[in-house]
Ligand binder design. Structure first.
Ligand code: SF4
Ligand code: SF4
Length: 527
């Protein structure tokens, strides 16, 4: 990396969940003048990839330029990059939802085009601002920031930054180029601020903070200051989904480069993130994959059996956390409903799940073998396939070492008594096993590659079994490459993500945004 460390700019967008973010990425992201030494050239995606950009653009035109809602929407629909039809549908409903949401005790506030920015000049120039729509009273003393919400409520860090910025920020225009400082001006003394979250789907608004600047300062000191300091301090690299947007993608010392792990020929392409789940969604329907990747709000997608699988996984994850053996005495009996993580099962599912957990003891790494030297439970893995221009993500259920080699274990639950699957080959049935084989065959985890193996633990109420796949067997590696390549090739080549309506639409969690959704009564013949 090169450039200057003399400008620090933190927006609410940097305050992402600590668990999933990469501290090093955030530390560099908040330094607009620090740039890669060699700018990687990749083509731009043909479709818009930022969910709220069209919503924000349309609302700016309505609130700041006074144009009609329909006209503003028509404008963003013609904008570049192109919007997927599902994103157009979301944008229409979100803009309407925002403009018609009833904001409690809104008073006579008017939209403000200026941003509000707290800046602290010095050897290192600090700036704090909030992504959010700004409103104030005629005298400027009452300020409000409204945060558009498309999924989970904003955490307290974001609310604290927004409240602090509303209370003490000075008006400024957006800096162009981005590496320039905000040119702030003197504004009126603020006496009262609110932070309101507007639910774009539900047309509801919730006041998340209200008070005087002194109270905003206190709230920020309690909920925001420590996190902001941690973001600025940076920290270790933690490969994951953020790698694809990271300025350090080509220079990072921790993210492994594994050209060809997806088995694709090198080509210039926009960098994307991909997991086996993404490839499955793509195979079901390219539009469904794209709308999920955009993080459009989803409807509930879990059947009872899927909830059972999630509950068993969550129970085992918690029980093995920190490399501990699971405790048979702590296992649910199944006679009453039980919960694990955010999952709850009851009735026959509670019983089946409890039986599966008992069966797990027959194949548990900790109960059946000597305690392994190293255990990682549900680790998040990411590598950069520099040929496919993809950050490939995987999350094994467990990794442990035996004889110096890594064992990659996946757990599957099924209430079926049959030991046969739909496909004859496990790598066809469970493509994540194929990716596991390729990760181990490419030496992604290190260790003794010759002692590595992939294990599939199958849990049923009446039994448990382990299937083993050898990642040093050339036939298995070829098969794994074929499975992954067959799924990844069309996904990588696609830039349009067209809808493929059919029977799968019935369970599609993003169907409400899809103009091609044929309705739940689609017959099998229409596939
Ligand atoms: S490339 Fe990935 S691991 Fe490296 S700094 Fe960026 S986000 Fe972190
Ligand atoms: S409703 Fe059907 S066509 Fe539309 S995204 Fe979902 S699966 Fe695809």
């Amino acid at each position: 990396m090169t450039g200057n460390d003399d400008l620090i700019r933190i927006g609410t967008g940097a305050a992402v969940d600590e668990l999933f973010g990469c501290p090093s990425h955030l530390g560099v992201k908040v330094r607009p003048r620090v740039v890669p030494r060699r700018r990687p050239w990749t083509p731009r995606p043909e479709l818009e990839g930022f969910l709220l950009r069209p919503v924000t653009d349309a609302l700016d035109r309505v609130e700041h330029d006074g144009i009609d809602e329909e006209e503003a929407l028509a404008e963003v629909e013609r904008s570049s990059p192109r919007l997927h039809p599902g994103l157009i549908e979301f944008t229409r409903r979100a803009v309407h939802g925002y403009l018609s949401a009833e904001v409690p005790d809104a008073g006579e506030l008017v939209p403000v085009r200026d941003w509000w920015v707290i800046s602290r000049p010095g050897e290192r120039h600090w700036e704090l601002f909030a992504w959010g729509r700004r409103y104030h009273s005629a005298d400027g003393q009452h300020r409000e920031i409204r945060l558009a919400r498309s999924s989970n409520p904003a955490d307290e860090v974001k609310i604290a930054i927004a409240a602090h910025v509303a209370a003490f920020g000075r008006p400024a225009l957006w800096p162009r180029p981005w590496k320039e400082v905000f040119q702030t001006r003197t504004g009126p003394q603020v006496s009262y601020v609110r932070v309101v979250e507007v639910d774009l789907e539900g047309q509801r608004a919730e006041v998340r903070f209200q008070g005087t600047p002194t109270e905003a300062e206190r709230y920020y000191a309690e909920h925001g200051r420590k996190r902001v300091a941690a973001i600025v301090a940076g920290g270790p690299e933690q490969p994951g989904p953020t790698c694809a947007q990271c300025k350090q993608l080509t220079s990072c010392g921790t993210l492994q480069r594994v050209p060809g792990v997806l088995g694709l020929t090198a080509r210039p392409a926009p960098v994307r993130t991909v997991s086996v789940s993404d490839l499955r969604y793509y195979k079901t329907c390219p539009a469904q994959y794209h709308l999920r990747a955009l993080k459009l709000p989803k409807s509930y997608e879990y059947s009872g059996e899927a909830e059972l699988g999630q509950a068993v996984h969550a129970w085992l994850e918690e029980a093995h956390r920190g490399g501990r053996a699971c405790d048979p005495a702590a296992m649910p009996t199944g006679k009453i409903p039980w919960t694990a993580g955010r999952w709850r099962v009851e009735g026959q599912l509670a019983k089946d799940g409890a039986d599966m957990l008992r069966r797990h003891l027959e194949v548990c790494v900790f109960h059946q073998f000597e305690v392994p030297t190293e255990v990682r439970v549900e680790p998040r893995l990411a590598v950069h396939d520099t040929a496919a221009q993809a950050v490939v993500l995987a999350k094994p259920d467990m990794l442990y070492q035996e004889d110096g080699g890594w064992v990659w274990r996946e757990v599957k639950t099924t209430t079926s008594r049959r030991s046969r699957w739909y496909h004859d080959d496990l790598l066809d049935e469970f493509p994540q096993l194929a990716l596991a084989v390729l990760f181990l065959a490419h030496g992604v985890l290190g260790g003794e590659v010759n002692s590595a193996r992939v294990e599939l633990e199958v849990l049923r109420p009446r039994g448990a079994e382990i299937d083993v796949i050898d990642p040093t067997d050339p036939e298995r590696v070829n098969k794994a490459r074929h499975v992954v390549q067959r799924m990844a090739e069309p996904w990588r080549a696609d830039e349009a993500f067209e809808a493929r309506p059919g029977r799968d639409c019935r369970g599609c969690p993003v169907s409400k945004w899809c103009p091609s959704f044929p309705g739940v009564d689609v017959s099998n013949e229409e596939e």
